[in-house]
Design a protein around this ligand. Structure first.
Ligand code: PLP
Length: 402
């Protein structure tokens, strides 16, 4: 669709027909390339939000675009009643490049987590009997917006108004092995964590914590589920975040960046666990369709073959250093944290106005957990683009009065 009309006109039209489930910024993106985005009025932005960690290869990466164009002309959808070569190839690729032996495909992060929760319950029922169904998650976690995944999520704001929630979830503080161990009971079947929390404020657990959780799970026959929807697919500098911990999970969920922009979700499992979800136990109409799987194959090959992960590590270090300079310069900057190219800058003040001011100056970022500015640029970001973003942010921070 060729977009004509001004941003203001589109915003007025949205106001009449689109459900107001989001507090949207007054920005109407119509075109993207690499780390840049253009709005309906022709204004250019440096995109350090990347569709919330979706566009890891930047906007409209040529290899993803070409894969989509070719596949769209051949076969878009055909149903999981049949075998789908593109889905098979993507599953093979994911198994070759991870701990997993089987993959289930869906369309989003929430759906991938739903599948993980269902699998965890079912295998536990089969192995240990009824009444062993509880999944322990972390405070400040985020696992999605469906009823099961808001029940799993450790943030009250996503749950408000939706009672009764799904029973069988418990939240413990993230990074504290003792309270986690104490929370495990006879009903517990799994522990589900983000290796680095994204929406909860870019929280990195203490060194060794995830390994201790793995040991705890082994001792108590619990599944360890890693929600890598945000931090998988290269975001932390390795293909999967768990690779930096010297451990493997039993189940891993992916979505966001897996197809380089288009919607897809996946649950990765070992052979033994996957056998719990036999024919007829779970499904998705769109999951694993030829179009999305082709895009994902192109995205994953591009991610791992072109030095993108090395760039993520190098630029992650560089952006962190540049953000740390703000800690010395501005008294209201408290901490910089993260891994690879998911970085958070915690402030003593609300970050909302800074996000808006940065947008007006041509830089897109967002704010999580009220006070944490989140930086998740495409993993192909250059040093010049980081310098430019830092200059804009510096100008914005200089106007803050505390
Ligand atoms: C974004 C996100 C989800 C939800 O993904 P959707 O595709 O929006 O359903 C789940 N878990 C984590 C860690 C996420 O960042």
């Amino acid at each position: 669709m060729t977009v004509t009309g001004t941003s203001k006109q589109w915003i007025n039209r949205a106001d009449r027909v689109v459900m107001k489930t989001y507090g949207r910024y007054p920005l109407v993106p119509v075109r993207g390339e690499g780390c840049r985005l253009w709005d309906a009025d022709g204004r250019e932005y440096l995109d350090f939000l990347a569709g919330v960690a979706v566009n890891n290869l930047g906007h409209c990466h040529p290899q993803v675009v070409e894969a989509l164009q070719q596949q769209a002309a051949q076969l878009i959808h055909c149903s999981n009643f049949y075998h789908i070569p593109q889905q098979i190839e993507l599953a093979e690729w994911l198994c070759e490049h991870s701990f997993a032996e089987r993959v289930f495909f869906c369309n989003s992060g929430a759906e991938a987590n739903e599948a993980a929760i269902k699998l965890a319950r079912k295998q536990s029922m089969e192995r240990f009997g009824e009444n062993r169904f509880e999944v322990i998650t972390a405070q400040a976690s985020f696992h999605g917006r469906t009823l099961a995944t808001i029940s799993a999520t450790g943030q009250d704001k996503v749950k408000a108004g939706f009672n009764p929630l799904l029973p069988g979830f418990k939240n413990v503080p993230f990074g504290d092995i003792n309270t986690l161990a104490a929370a495990i009971g006879p009903q517990t079947c799994a522990i589900m964590l983000e290796p680095v929390q994204g929406e909860g404020g870019v929280n990195v657990p203490p060194a060794g914590y995830l390994k201790q959780v793995r040991e705890l799970c082994d001792r108590q026959n619990l599944l360890l589920i890693f929600d890598e929807v945000q931090v998988g697919c290269g975001r932390t500098g390795t293909l999967w975040a768990y690779q930096q911990q010297g451990i493997v999970p039993n189940l891993m969920t992916l979505a966001k960046a897996l197809a380089g922009g288009p919607p897809i979700g996946a649950l990765l499992a070992t052979e033994q666990l996957a056998s719990s979800l036999g024919p007829g136990t779970h499904g998705s109409t769109f999951g694993g369709n030829p179009l999305m799987c082709t895009a994902a194959l192109a995205a994953m090959r591009t991610l791992t073959e072109g030095g993108v992960l090395d760039n993520c590590v190098a630029m992650g270090d560089y952006l962190r250093q540049r953000l740390l300079q703000f800690k010395d310069k501005y008294s209201f900057v408290r901490e910089v944290r993260g891994q690879g190219l998911i970085l958070g800058m915690e402030l003593d003040i609300d970050g909302g106005e800074i996000v808006v001011a940065a947008m007006e100056q041509g830089l897109l970022i967002n704010c999580t957990a009220g006070k944490v500015l989140r930086f998740v640029p495409p993993l192909i970001v250059s040093q010049e683009e980081i310098d430019q973003a830092i200059d804009i942010l510096d100008r914005v921070l200089a106007t803050v009065s505390v």
